[in-house]
Ligand binder design. Structure first.
Ligand code: RP5
Length: 164
């Protein structure tokens, strides 16, 4: 099982870090590439074609006029998850709209701006359809999340909430 993570620029790497760290928790193999759809279209096409047998899910990370995830989706029928990056004065909203508003027929499953962790979890959920071990890991993660919430107690002290 393998996830391909493609970012439009090295400046998107803080988001890729979040994806990688979550995939590592689930023990999922990954490959990270920096290939801009605008600056290196042919290289992107080559990479997606060459990786098509190994990569089961693609994650695109891009900001500004973010066409990367859409172009990846145009090149493969594997699931594509898009992460809009905040990399302009518009705060990432422009990338969110560019990524989510795909024309009918070529979907990109778009997560929130900078949502690296959720992109990795969604990729894991897609892979868990095929790999039972991942389904168990996802269930464990949800149980731990619930326990953390159930075991947390807070008190309002000196104008702020403190965890007991
Ligand atoms: C996008 O433009 C990249 O994904 C990045 O988020 C943004 C800025 O890229 P750089 O100018 O930092 O390379 O294509």
């Amino acid at each position: 099982m393998k996830v391909s993570i493609i970012m439009g620029s090295l400046s998107d790497s803080p988001i890729a870090d979040k994806v990688v760290s979550k995939l590592m928790e689930f023990g999922i193999d990954y490959e990270v590439k920096v290939i801009s759809a605008h600056r290196a279209l042919k290289s992107l096409e080559k990479y997606v074609k060459e990786s098509k047998d190994e990569s089961e899910v693609y994650i695109g990370i891009a900001g500004k006029a973010a066409h990367l995830s859409g172009v990846i989706a145009a090149l493969t029928t594997r699931p594509v998850i898009g992460i809009p990056a905040k990399s302009s004065h518009l705060g990432g909203l422009e990338a969110l709209l560019s990524t989510v508003e795909m024309p009918s027929g070529v979907p990109v499953a778009t997560v929130s701006i900078g949502g690296g962790e959720n992109a990795a979890i969604l990729a894991t959920e897609i892979l868990a359809i095929k790999y039972d071990s991942l389904r168990e890991k996802l269930k464990d993660m949800r149980i731990k999340m619930k326990e953390t919430i159930d075991n947390s107690e807070y008190e309002y002290k000196a104008n702020k909430w403190v965890e007991l």
